[in-house]
Design a protein around this ligand. Structure first.
Ligand code: SF4
Ligand code: SF4
Length: 481
C-alpha cells in the first residue's frame, strides 16, 4: 500500500464564502483564496461530518462518475493546497522575520506641534502615549539629514524607499520638508536609487505655493477630514473650540484642483456621533472631489465620550456594506470606486498577504520624532516607554526584538483559531496599548467586526474574480494608503 492510500483526510483550516455565484475558500495557513468546483465542493461537504480514508473518497468520486485519474488528481490538488489535510497535520507557526529586515519606509514627525486641538487626537488627547516634555518641538536639518541617511543605510538592496512626513501638523515645518525632499532626492540619486514621499496634513496651512511644490515633487497627500461641516466641526477644532471646516474647505478644493501628480486622499476618523459613513463619503468624494477616502474608528479607551459603542460599530459596518456593494458595482463595470477600505483589503488578498505582525511597525517601517528618537511607528513617537533608539546611534535591537516578539501572531493565543488572522494578526499595536496596556495584546474588542468585514471583502473579491478578473490586476502593486 502506498503512503497516499493510507491517508485519512479531514477538512483543512479555511473560511468558505460565495461570490458571483461561485464558491471559494479562504485558506488560513496560506492566506490564499481557492475556488471550488462542484466535485471539490461535494468532497468538502462530505468531510464536514468527519474523517475519511483516501480509498473511501476515491471510491465515492468514481461512483459519482469521475475517472480514476481525475479523482486521484483532485485529491492530490486539494491535499497539496491544504484544503484537506491528514489527521496528524499540525499548524505550522509563522516564521519570525529576519533580524536585519530592511527598512522600506520612514515616518518623519517634522514637529510635535499642532495648530488644531482635535479632541480625539492620540498625540495630545486623553489617551496620549507621548512624553514630549523637554524634547525638541521641531525637527532640525541635522536630524532630518541623519534620518534620510539612516533610511538609505538600513534599507538593504531596495531600489525605492518611502518617506512619509507627519506631525503634529506637518506643514508647520514646511521649510524643513522642502529641504529634506531636495537632500533625500540627491542622496538617493547618488546611489542610483529613488525615494517617494507622502504627507499627512490637517490642510489649514496649505497655500498655492505649497500645493505647487507638492505637485511638482509628486508628494502624495492625505488630508485628515471628517466630512461635512456639522460632522467635521464636532471634534476637529482650534484651541478656542471653533471648527476648522471653513478654513480648510477652500484649501482642500485648491489642493485637489492643482495637485495633478498623485491621487489626493481623505482620512476620516469615526467617533461617537460621527458615524454617518455614507454621507461623509458622498460629501468628500462627490462634493469636494477627493480621489480616495479611508475610514478608521477612533483609537481610544472605551469610556471616552467620543468612543463608539457596539451598536455604533454595527451601524458603521452596515454603512461600510453599502459602500462596499457600490465598490463591487463599480468594479464589475471596470471603474475604480474611492472607498479605500475595500481597495486596501482587496490588494492584500491579491498579494496573498499572510501577516506575522499586523503592520510594518518596527519591521519595514519606523517613526522618527523631532528630537531624533526612533519609535516603532509615528503613533509612538516621543514616547519614552516605546523609544527604540536614536537616529544618531541606530535601532536598539533588544527593544525592537521585544516589541516584535510580543506583537507576533504566534504570541497571540486568542488569534490562533481565528480565520481572519492572516490579514488582522491581532490589530494595531498602538490601539492594543491604549486598550490593554500592552502593544502585543490582540485587539479582542473588535474580532466579530473584523471577521464580518473581511467576509464582505472576500465576497467582493470572489464576485470580481468570477466576472471581471482583469480588474484585479491593478491591485497587485498597491500599498495601503
Ligand atoms: S484580533 Fe480577533 S479578529 Fe484579529 S486575528 Fe485576533 S482573534 Fe482574529
Ligand atoms: S497599525 Fe498601528 S502600530 Fe501599525 S503603523 Fe499603524 S498606527 Fe502604527
Amino acid at each position: 500500500m502506498t503512503a497516499t492510500e493510507t491517508r485519512t483526510y479531514r477538512a483543512g483550516e479555511f473560511h468558505s464564502f460565495e461570490g458571483g455565484g461561485r464558491r471559494f475558500l479562504y485558506l488560513v495557513p496560506a492566506g490564499a483564496v481557492f475556488e471550488l468546483d462542484s466535485a471539490a465542493e461535494k468532497l468538502l461537504d462530505r468531510l464536514r461530518t468527519g474523517h475519511a480514508d483516501h480509498d473511501e473518497l476515491m471510491s465515492e468520486l468514481v461512483a459519482a462518475g469521475h475517472s480514476y485519474s481525475d479523482a486521484d488528481e483532485l485529491l492530490e490538488e486539494l491535499y497539496h493546497s491544504h484544503v484537506i489535510v491528514t489527521g496528524d497535520t499540525v499548524r505550522e507557526p509563522l516564521a519570525n522575520p529576519p533580524e536585519d529586515f530592511p527598512l522600506q519606509s520612514l515616518v518623519m514627525n517634522l514637529t510635535n506641534q499642532c495648530n488644531l486641538s482635535c479632541t480625539y487626537c492620540y498625540e495630545f488627547g486623553e489617551d496620549k502615549v507621548a512624553t514630549p516634555e523637554g524634547k525638541a518641538k521641531f525637527m532640525d536639518m541635522e536630524t532630518a539629514m541623519a534620518s534620510v541617511d539612516f533610511l538609505l543605510g538600513q534599507s538593504g538592496t531596495r531600489q525605492n524607499v518611502h518617506i512619509t512626513f507627519f506631525g503634529g501638523e506637518t506643514l508647520m515645518n514646511f521649510p524643513l520638508l522642502k529641504s529634506v525632499v531636495a537632500y533625500a532626492n540627491d542622496r538617493a540619486a547618488s546611489q542610483g536609487r529613488s525615494i517617494d514621499f507622502s504627507l499627512t496634513t490637517n490642510a489649514t496651512l496649505l497655500t498655492p505655493a505649497i500645493i505647487q511644490f507638492l505637485s511638482e515633487n509628486r508628494i502624495g497627500v492625505t488630508v485628515s477630514m471628517d466630512g461635512p461641516p456639522d460632522l467635521h466641526n464636532k471634534l476637529r477644532v482650534f484651541a478656542n473650540g471653533r471648527g476648522s471646516y471653513d478654513i480648510i474647505e477652500p484649501r482642500v478644493k485648491a489642493l485637489i484642483a492643482n495637485h495633478r501628480t498623485r491621487p489626493i486622499t481623505a482620512r476620516v476618523t469615526l467617533t461617537s456621533g460621527v458615524t454617518d459613513v455614507v454621507r461623509i463619503y458622498r460629501h468628500l468624494k462627490q462634493e469636494l472631489g477627493f480621489h480616495e477616502i479611508g475610514f478608521a474608528p477612533v483609537t481610544t479607551s472605551p469610556d471616552r465620550l467620543y468612543s463608539i459603542n457596539e451598536p455604533g460599530m454595527n451601524g458603521v459596518l452596515a454603512q461600510f456594506k453599502v459602500l462596499a456593494d457600490e465598490w463591487l458595482e463599480f468594479a464589475l463595470r471596470g471603474e475604480m470606486h474611492g472607498f479605500s477600505n475595500v481597495s486596501d483589503t482587496i490588494a492584500e488578498l491579491i498579494q496573498g498577504v499572510n501577516k506575522s505582525h499586523p503592520c510594518g511597525a518596527a519591521l519595514g517601517l519606523v517613526g522618527v520624532g523631532p528630537s531624533g528618537d526612533i519609535a516603532p511607528c509615528h503613533r509612538f513617537v516621543d514616547s519614552d516607554t516605546h523609544s527604540m533608539g536614536h537616529i544618531s546611534t541606530g535601532i536598539d535591537r533588544d527593544k525592537q526584538s521585544d516589541f516584535l516578539t510580543r506583537g507576533h501572531i504566534n504570541s497571540k493565543y486568542d488569534c490562533h483559531s481565528c480565520w481572519a488572522r492572516p490579514l488582522c494578526a491581532g490589530g494595531c499595536h498602538h490601539e492594543a496599548f491604549v486598550r490593554y496596556g500592552d502593544t502585543g495584546h490582540a485587539n479582542l474588542h473588535y474580532c466579530d467586526w473584523i471577521r464580518e468585514w473581511t467576509d464582505i471583502c472576500l465576497r467582493i473579491y470572489g464576485a470580481v474574480s468570477a466576472n471581471n478578473p482583469e480588474f484585479l490586476d491593478q491591485f497587485a502593486e498597491r500599498k495601503a494608503l
